[in-house]
Write a protein of this length. Structure first.
Ligand code: DOR
Length: 420
């Protein structure tokens, strides 16, 4: 069917977007091209047109922790949140270290969401994420995995990390590296600094992240292999990455909306809902991360969507599990950086779509002829309050719950089909 999204706003211009079946035909200035009689017209006046985003770092909890999230509910949150593709981590039960688990995940995704969003599993780097024996990466790639990670169980052994990078490279898979020196400050609760001292809570210093990032970046340089640094939280790690890029090392990096919007003062009053790994850092780290997404030192945004049940967060600071539910809110939260003139609208497309597509070799919509017709319309003016009953994820654990936000995804098309 020939369709036209009429009079949408795209990078400050009014446009008409023509597409047929699964493909973009053309995008023109509004009114530039006559709309044929047989064309299905969608009036997008007042709405912002964006390409469907990629979230390269989510936890969908299935198999094993379906009470927190299922692939069905996680992909629904992705769809309503503006994401057309999500990459899910391997910390399920069983861990995604066999082709059988990968195939199960993909089957759950296509059964529950036959028209998308598309799920891309990430292979465990080591069996059971135990950090000792390599997982069968060739088998996992053949089953459909698009990257490799030991997820939140950072590899203590440099030898194992080296072997993972070499083995992953044999199959063209990039290693996603949760950087945390596991021997430094075990059982930390938050960032180590003035706030943790005041609260009397055990902190993890920023070097806990930067040390491991530096180690793995040096390995990447020595081996001439790529490494992708996950959810960067600190200014020191940004400096390490900038240094690596200046040396021409094949390092890429991500950060998440919460590190751009919150700092460790959010934990004051012993607010366990703000406990996350890596922890929210100091205000100066937040400022450095914002600069790093503006200047490209940090390449992409991800949510690190980590849904948990309420009882796992509404507990004491030491018992509360780490992580925030992110898929429902990420586009709204980062759109607000655009609204506040902290980020260009095109940078949002770069950080959430173009560059993750390049790093992980995934197709993206650049609104050029023949690109996939994957896009959403965003209402930039609507105000709404995230509550347990209006989030699609089973995880209601977001620090933004109950806060009035501006802007929300209103309609989403994947493969040319309007899914809401
Ligand atoms: O806060 C987090 N939660 N960070 C991680 O790296 C893991 C995640 C989870 O699985 O809950």
């Amino acid at each position: 069917m020939y369709c036209c999204i009429h009079n949408a706003k795209h990078l400050e211009a009014a446009v008409d977007l023509f597409f047929e079946d699964e493909k973009i035909i053309t995008m023109t200035p509004c009114g530039h091209q006559p709309i044929p009689d047989n064309c299905l017209l969608f009036d997008a006046t007042g709405l912002v047109l964006m390409p469907s985003f990629i979230d390269a770092h989510v936890h969908l909890r299935e198999p094993g922790f379906e009470y927190k999230e299922t692939i069905e509910s996680g992909l629904t949150a992705a769809l309503y949140g503006g994401f057309g593709q999500v990459m899910c981590m391997a910390n399920t039960n069983p861990v995604n270290d066999t082709a059988a688990v990968t195939s199960f995940m993909l089957q759950q995704a296509t059964t529950s969401h036959p028209y998308g969003p598309t799920l891309h599993p990430i292979a465990a780097a080591t069996k059971g994420l135990a950090g000792t024996e390599l997982a069968p990466l060739g088998e996992l790639k053949n089953a459909g995995c698009v990257a490799v990670s030991n997820d939140g169980r950072p590899l203590a052994s440099t030898e194992i990390m080296r072997r993972v990078m070499e083995y992953a490279a044999d199959f063209g898979l990039t290693v996603i590296d949760h950087c945390e020196d596991p021997t430094l400050a075990p059982q930390w609760i938050m960032n180590e600094g003035e706030v943790s001292s005041r609260l009397g809570l055990k902190g993890q210093p920023v070097v806990g992240e930067a040390l491991q990032a530096a180690r793995d970046i040096m390995l990447a340089e020595y081996l001439h292999l790529p490494v992708h640094i996950a959810h960067v939280s600190s200014a020191l790690t940004v400096d390490v990455i900038a240094f690596a890029k200046s040396r021409g090392i094949a390092v890429t990096a991500e950060t998440c909306p919460h590190y751009l919007l919150l700092d460790d003062t959010a934990l004051e009053g012993y607010n366990a809902s703000c406990k996350v790994s890596p922890p929210l850092r100091a205000a100066k780290d937040r400022a450095a991360l914002l600069k790093a997404i503006q200047d490209g030192t940090i390449d992409i945004l991800t949510t690190d969507h980590a849904p948990h049940a309420l009882h796992e967060k509404l507990t004491s600071m030491d018992q509360a599990l780490v992580g925030f539910s992110g898929l429902d809110l990420a586009v709204t939260l980062t759109w607000n950086l655009v609204r506040e003139n902290l980020l260009a609208e095109d940078a949002l497309h770069r950080l959430w779509c173009r560059t993750p597509g390049q790093i992980f070799h995934l197709p993206t919509n650049g609104f050029a002829p023949n690109d996939p017709a994957d896009f959403f319309l965003f209402d930039p003016h609507v105000t709404w309050v995230p509550e347990a009953d209006n989030l699609y994820s089973r995880g209601k654990n977001t620090p933004f719950l109950g806060q009035e936000l501006t802007g929300r995804v209103k309609h989403h098309w994947l493969k040319g089909r309007q899914l809401f």
